[in-house]
Design a protein around this ligand. Structure first.
Ligand code: E4P
Length: 229
């Protein structure tokens, strides 16, 4: 499973990337606005850090405008993926850009039929919004399961399921169990993936016990051992 970070915050992206587990990044207009920086410069900087797929969303609402914006955004970096909303005009724009080998992430997917349309148009990714469905008492994870099952039935459909709007670690775990190809995860949730009280307790116990060994300096011990060989 590929792990993307869902943010436009450069400090968060740098920190998560330093862990060596980040394959890509997704942004949207709200995330870009939250950071207050220049859109193009931000996308370029994210691509430089991540060196993997980075979604940049179009704002035009007609296919011609989306394609125009998409073609330009794609020139920022070979890592840019054009994000388009799941509207009829967005699907039309997806088909045009896919034919030009511009990768498209179709966003704002809330039902499986929409995902089928995106795949038929040649989208590189479909982004079902798990958390926003849960917010209205629908079952976001069931949508992931349905889309994965539908795409699996038709191997000619090459679109990857990108589980989005993830609110907590369990959303990520369930997405992985359902077979989503990618999950895009906010920094806060990525950080939570490390947390377990037994990990902290066990680590503290190992450190306490290490103080009881005759020589606690691992580096010094190994360097002396190597030099004496
Ligand atoms: C990512 O591609 C989506 O835009 C994002 O996951 C939406 O998350 P939200 O529902 O928390 O805004």
């Amino acid at each position: 499973m590929k792990l993307f970070i869902d943010t436009a915050n450069l400090a968060e992206i740098r920190e998560a990337h330093s862990w060596g587990v980040i394959d890509g990044c997704t942004t949207n207009p709200s995330l870009i606005a939250r950071e207050g920086g220049d859109f193009v410069a931000t996308i370029h900087e994210i691509c430089e850090i991540v060196q993997g797929p980075v979604s940049a969303e179009v704002i035009a609402q007609d296919a011609a405008g989306m394609v125009r914006e998409g073609r330009l955004l794609a020139q920022i970096s070979p890592h840019v993926v054009i994000k388009v909303p799941l509207l009829p005009e967005g699907i039309k724009a997806t088909a045009i850009m896919a034919a030009e080998n511009i990768p498209v992430n179709v966003t704002l997917c809330f039902q499986a039929g929409q995902a089928l349309m995106a795949a038929k148009a040649g989208a590189a990714y479909i982004s079902p919004f798990v958390g926003r469905l849960d917010d209205i008492s629908a079952d976001g994870m069931e949508l992931i399961r349905q889309i994965v099952a539908i795409y699996d039935n038709y191997p000619a459909l090459q679109t990857e399921v990108l589980s989005a709007s993830i609110r907590h670690p369990e959303h990520l775990i369930q997405s992985a169990l359902a077979g989503a190809h990618v999950a895009t995860v906010p920094f806060k949730v990525l950080r939570q993936l490390f947390d377990h009280p037994l990990t902290d307790k066990g680590n503290a116990a190992f450190l306490r016990d290490w103080e009881k060994v005759p020589d606690t300096d691992i580096i010094g011990q190994v360097e002396r051992w190597l030099a004496a060989r």
